[in-house]
Write a protein that binds this ligand. Sequence first.
Ligand code: Z5A
Length: 211
Amino acid sequence: MTKLGQFIVVEGLEGAGKSTVIKAIQRELEAHGHELKLTREPGGTPMAEAIRDCVKHDWQDEIVTEQTELLLMYAARSQLIENTIKPALANGIWVLGDRHDWSSLAYQGGGRQVNLAHLNAIRELTLDGFTANLTIYLDINPKVGLSRAAARGELDRIEQSGLAFFERARETYLNLVKNSDSAILIDAEQSIDKVREDVITAVRQFLGMTE
Ligand code: Z5A
């Protein structure tokens, strides 16, 4: 029988260094002989990528309501889970995700402060208990993260949400890590090399538990 793949997710605010550490994790997992599928959220299937364009776009005079933003995030997630993540895991392929459900809890739940009962109802509908095996949360002060993101060019619609929004999102992430036994916090304000080193140590520990 094929051994199931594992789902590892990297989470964090903008500029935390997710893209940077994902490359290092990819190398590590492949060196251990795991076939790997990379995903990003929102996105990762043709339809979910179209939703990503839609949700990041600045619609100028048309207000994107909190409800629309929330529903689009979970619509994209449902497409990705059912079409890509679950089939990969069932075939023994590991999945490495750039963001997943915690992003919605942090940004829509914490940042936008959407009604939590509604958020949980949509989560239940979409996820039905599906969850990552390991979440690596890169913790960064939003001022530092946003200045890194801004140095790369113009900020997108969500990135323009203001500091208080990102402070609430960070607070939510910190609570999620505190209450999870499958997540690890990495200090993302350290040098890139030290962040990479800490992340690889965490991944090796996880590999030790699964191999
Ligand atoms: N979103 C949401 O609201 N709800 C949801 O459910 C989901 C997402 C799934 C996705 O945009 C947006 O959607 C995101 C959350 C929202 N928006 N906001 N705001 P994205 O995928 O385009 O953006 P991102 O995920 O935030 O990616 P990012 O800004 O590229 O961040 P990153 O991948 O963590 O950072 P990076 O590209 O690795 O590094 C950024 C820069 O910092 C780069 O120049 C690096 O060289 C530099 N860097 C990285 N690490 C360091 C260290 N340690 N020191 C110094 N410099 C560093």
